[in-house]
Write a protein that binds this ligand. Structure first.
Ligand code: FES
Ligand code: FES
Length: 173
């Protein structure tokens, strides 16, 4: 669907667009250059992805787009129409957490928790492709996600625990 421009200013303009987030379609009026993160948090009320650096450098805002991690603070939402966007809220619920969410709880991997949504979404993309990653592979996948609290070892344990749970679930089916 082509965007409907209603006003122009430089190379940005108001537009109406539809985004598919956590399996639901949302039609929104926004600026063509508004970062996805702002749309998710301010328009859709999804507070999983966090604003950290706003420069694509910390990973706090990471979401999945078509299964791949994406830094939502630097990508215009308007460029992601027709794509499958998943945030932390799309993985599980407090009543039925995703194995990654449960593992982060079990390992008490969060201190301030600001980085955790981005860590989990990045780990989700990793485990979808590598169900049995070794420590080095996990560290490599998460190396660009910053944690100022220094809970890296607990995060590593949480990802390994989740990988094990997911593998067991696969064998049981
Ligand atoms: S807030 Fe997006 S990478 Fe830091
Ligand atoms: S737990 Fe605080 S930044 Fe990672």
């Amino acid at each position: 669907m082509m965007p409907q421009a209603s006003a122009t200013q430089g190379d940005q303009h108001d537009m109406t667009m539809t985004l598919r987030v956590n399996g639901e379609e949302h039609t929104l009026d926004t600026q063509s250059d508004t970062p996805l993160l702002y749309v998710l948090r301010s328009e859709l009320g999804l507070r999983g992805p966090k604003f950290g650096c706003g420069l694509g450098e910390c990973g706090a805002c990471t979401v999945l787009v078509d299964g791949r991690p994406l830094r939502s603070c630097i990508v215009p939402a308007s460029s992601l129409r027709e794509r499958d966007i998943v945030t932390l809220e799309g993985l599980g619920t407090p009543q039925q957490p995703h194995p990654l969410q449960q593992a982060f709880i079990d390992e008490q991997a969060a201190q301030c928790a600001y980085c955790i949504s981005g860590m989990i979404m990045t780990a989700k993309a990793l485990l979808d492709r590598h169900p049995d990653p070794d420590d080095e592979t996990i560290k490599q996948a998460l190396t660009a996600n910053l944690c100022g609290c220094g809970t890296h070892l607990r995060i590593l344990r949480a990802v390994k625990r989740a990988a094990s749970t997911l593998r067991e679930a696969t064998h049981d089916t």
